[in-house]
Design a protein around this ligand. Structure first.
Ligand code: APR
Ligand code: PHB
Length: 391
């Protein structure tokens, strides 16, 4: 098999990249190790920045998003039994975000790709990227019980944190930056209307909690739990009781309970691999970087990477100059580190470390009080949450 751009992974990064390339008249092949139902059912985050919304619309994948997505003009910070709303449009000159689940974005992109896009192969596992530093990089893969080779002009590793693409970059040129956290998130989906019409980020002495949603009738909620927690250790009643405690306020706000349809634990990590390019191999999305979910940046960063790559390759084809392709890693990393900083700040602002001291507790409360009382501090949060520009 031969193509211009070999794409490994059909998460949001790989699927959107295939779409952007076909719009630019550049052919590609997507290899995805899992089957279609698995990719379409995997529960992930759900906040789209304005830039992401614009890109999905321009790629022809915005129709259902515009119908079913929920526009959000703010979030609530909850601490010390009080509530503070951050008004995004007022602080950022009109920017807002949209709640539309990543799984739905993937479903929409898969449907488009299978209808009139380049080949998208499910149950096709990339085994290795070879000859990345030559003009003819190759992906060795297994599909329908056979080993095959995809010969490419470029390979883009969109294969997530556990993928194989990153391993093709020699250790001598790689640098990694990592931080793990001694806690994770226990996430639930529940068949109950969300108890608030915007997301609630709660800081509590017992740990962080987040109220989010998937639709007007489905709630998505998270609890900070110790690292290594098994979701089955928590009964449904225990989960609701703990959420109630962490969201408790001095006013008459109440958390509605409902049947829990899904629960799982997500570990928390910050990770960056530099550079994001080696020869003709490019890394995009979780293959190159991970952020803890507190800032809702993972999906939006993946979109930024593939937009940068598609523009750079299009420019190279039109002008003959490889300047933008050569700048790919540096361009993406500037944005990535801003998202790493914000995600880290949000995480340390709102979570309680197991060894937190009373001094650190007071500092967290002081940081929150500062956001609630200073327009400058609040604007900084609103600008970062609603998104950094793609370039
Ligand atoms: N061969 C083929 N496909 C692979 C391989 C492989 N060897 N290894 C992994 N994959 C596939 C996975 O099955 C997955 O579908 O690559 C895809 C990677 O997708 P994601 O993990 O969703 O990563 P990405 O597209 O970068 O999206 C980032 O996902 O994890 C969230 O919070 C993160 O929202 C962010 C987004
Ligand atoms: C979600 O809805 O899954 C979600 C929302 C906001 C976050 C993380 C996850 O910061």
């Amino acid at each position: 098999m031969r193509t211009t751009v070999g794409i490994i992974g059909a998460g949001p990064a790989g699927l959107l990249l295939a779409r952007l390339l076909s719009d630019a008249g550049i052919d590609s092949v997507v290899l995805e190790s899992r089957d279609r139902p698995y990719v379409e059912q995997r529960q992930r985050a759900g906040i789209l920045e304005q830039g992401t919304i614009d890109v999905l619309r321009a790629a022809g994948a915005g129709e259902r998003m515009d119908r079913e997505g929920l526009r959000h003009d703010g979030i609530e910070l909850r601490y010390d039994r009080t509530r503070h709303r951050v008004d995004f449009p007022a602080l950022t000159g009109g920017r807002s975000v949209m709640v539309y689940a990543q799984t739905e974005v993937c479903k929409d992109l898969i449907a488009l790709q299978l209808k009139d896009g380049a080949p998208l192969l499910f149950e096709a596992e990339a085994l290795a990227v070879e000859d990345a530093d030559t003009d003819r990089p190759r992906v060795r893969f297994r599909h329908e019980g056979r080993e095959d080779v995809l010969e490419c002009d470029y390979v883009v590793g969109c294969d997530g944190f556990w993928g194989v693409a990153r391993k093709a970059i020699p250790a001598s040129v790689s640098r990694t930056f990592e931080r793990t956290y001694p806690f994770g998130w226990l996430g639930i989906l529940a068949d109950v209307p969300p108890s608030h019409d915007e997301l609630v980020y709660a800081r509590h002495d017992r740990g962080f909690a987040l109220l989010s949603m998937r639709s007007p009738s489905v709630s998505r909620l998270y609890l900070q739990v110790p690292e290594g927690t098994d979701a089955e250790e928590w009964s449904d009643d225990e989960i609701w009781a703990e959420l109630e405690r962490r969201f408790e306020t001095d006013d008459d706000w109440r958390l509605e309970r409902g049947p829990i349809t899904q629960k799982s634990v997500t570990p928390m990590r910050s990770y960056v691999h530099e550079p994001m390019r080696h020869g003709r191999l490019f890394l995009a999305g979780d293959a190159a970087h991970i952020v803890p979910p507190t800032g809702a940046k993972g999906l939006n960063l993946a979109v930024g990477d593939v937009v940068t790559f598609a523009r750079a390759l299009t420019d190279q084809r039109e002008t003959g100059s490889s300047e933008l392709l050569d700048a790919y890693s540096a361009t993406c990393l500037r944005r990535v580190w801003q998202a790493e900083r914000f995600s880290y700040d949000m995480t340390t602002l709102l979570h309680r470390a197991p060894d937190a001291t009373p001094f650190e507790d007071r500092l967290q409360l002081a940081r929150l009080a500062r956001i609630a009382s200073s327009r400058a501090a609040e604007t900084e949060l609103a600008e970062a949450y609603t998104g950094f520009p793609v370039d």
